[in-house]
Ligand binder design. Structure first.
Ligand code: PLP
Length: 411
């Protein structure tokens, strides 16, 4: 699924205003406040009647340029940049819930997202209904008039469950419920969320966009297609702002009050990452597909989980939604926790580290790390096993990666 003119937009989307010195890249506007010529102009800016910047917790020219590039690439009607993927997820969800609301999702979630729903929101009187997203009847039956959103990851990390987006969006939309999707595992150059019925997209830009594991960031993309009239927290705003009601509350209230806006230094780093993202992704996802092939035949390795392998249960769905190289992450199982630890300790090139889509290939044992604080019973319900290694594939040559994997297996 090669996407048209990504690089043109990533490289050449113009600065919001011509730079006084002709700067070719967007400068880092390392300022908190912005000065005005008159009290009248200030009033217009502070009340949102002009586009002026007022304070960098709310908006900033460098961050705005990053948001505008993401908007050009994705086709979203509005983009908000935050200082981590978790900030994007929590701000997006908090725009839609109040005490008494419920969220429909699955236990196949990134660890902190699970904890946000299961612990943080539960404490605020927001119920999360964990379903099997492959069981459409169960999902539909869990929805009611207090359901604020269906939340899912397009590919779950690390279970690699692929959500059937057309089916799930159809069910949600029939009930007037918006779909919030975490699309972190496939970059916006290769996945167009709006084409699959996603209303609000959240991305950890720490991953593919940042590149090189250089900076933390998160994005909320509103495609401006949803009718919010029946959303508990947005009913009144929907009367005034129609399909922009979500963004209006997010930008005017939630993100200002929670104070997790992206900083200009990070936006600058992420702008650089964005320029080469498609190229990096093509390389790392092709290498991941080759590695999955290699691992599926390697001695001592069982259950390679990569959606691009024909024997994978999600192969066809994944192919349809994400193309032939679905992401640069895969998992595989060795016989035991001990075998996993031994393999990891034998690595010479691949790094033992968390994070995804660094330029370096990274290996982690999720059971004892990301999910280390969960009970064995909780891990069982999330399908997290102590025999699984997660690999995030970077930009090394395939031969060097295979050599390292092989030597680490053969001890
Ligand atoms: C990393 C990740 C997050 C959280 O992003 P941060 O930038 O670390 O806060 C959320 N969802 C998925 C799928 C992730 O991989």
């Amino acid at each position: 699924m090669e996407k048209d003119n990504y690089s043109k937009k990533a490289l050449h989307t113009r600065l919001p205003e011509p730079d006084p010195y002709g700067s070719l890249s967007m400068p880092v506007y390392n300022t908190l406040a912005f000065e005005y010529d008159s009290a009248e102009a200030m009033e217009l800016a502070f009340t949102g009647k002009s586009n002026g910047f007022v304070y960098s917790r709310i908006s900033n020219p460098t961050v705005f340029h990053f948001e505008e590039k993401i908007r050009a690439i994705s086709g979203a009607s509005s983009v908000t940049a935050l200082n981590s993927g978790m900030a994007a997820i929590s701000n997006a969800v908090l725009t839609l819930v109040q005490s008494g609301s419920n969220i429909i999702t699955t236990r196949h979630l990134f660890g902190n997202t699970y904890s946000f729903f299961n612990a943080t929101l539960a404490g605020l009187g927001v119920e999360t209904r964990f379903c099997n997203l492959g069981d459409f009847e169960q999902v539909e039956a869990a929805m009611d008039q207090h359901t604020a959103a269906l939340f899912l990851e397009i590919i779950s990390n690390p279970q690699m469950e692929v959500a059937d987006l057309v089916q799930l969006a159809t069910i949600a939309h029939r009930k007037g419920i918006p779909v919030i999707a975490d699309t972190t595992l496939i970059p916006p150059s290769h996945f167009k969320a709006a084409e699959w019925g996603i209303d609000i997209e959240v991305i950890s830009s720490t991953k593919y966009i940042s590149g090189g594991g250089a900076s933390l960031g998160g994005l909320i993309l509103d495609y401006g297609n949803f009718n919010w009239a029946n959303s508990a927290t947005l009913t009144q705003l929907a009367e005034q702002h129609g399909t922009n009601a979500f963004t209006f509350r997010l930008k005017r209230e939630i993100h200002r009050n929670l104070g997790a806006y992206m900083t200009p230094q990070v936006a600058y780093q992420q702008l650089i990452g964005l320029e080469s993202m498609e190229l990096r992704y093509r390389q790392s996802s092709a290498t991941a597909a080759q590695l999955a092939q290699y691992l599926s035949k390697a001695n001592g390795v069982c259950c390679v989980n990569y959606n691009g392998l024909p024997e994978n249960p999600y192969y066809e769905l994944s192919n349809r939604q994400f193309g032939t190289h679905p992401g640069a992450m895969l998992t595989f199982d060795l016989g035991s926790k001990e075998a996993c630890f031994k393999w990891m300790n034998n690595l010479k090139l691949i790094r033992r580290a968390t994070n995804l889509f660094d330029n370096k290939t990274l290996a982690i044992h999720p059971y004892t790390t990301i999910y280390g604080s969960y009970s064995p019973e909780a891990k069982e319900t999330m399908h997290i096993y102590d025999t699984t290694i997660r690999l995030s594939v970077g930009l090394e040559h395939i031969d060097d990666l295979i050599e390292d994997i092989q030597q680490a297996l053969s001890y």
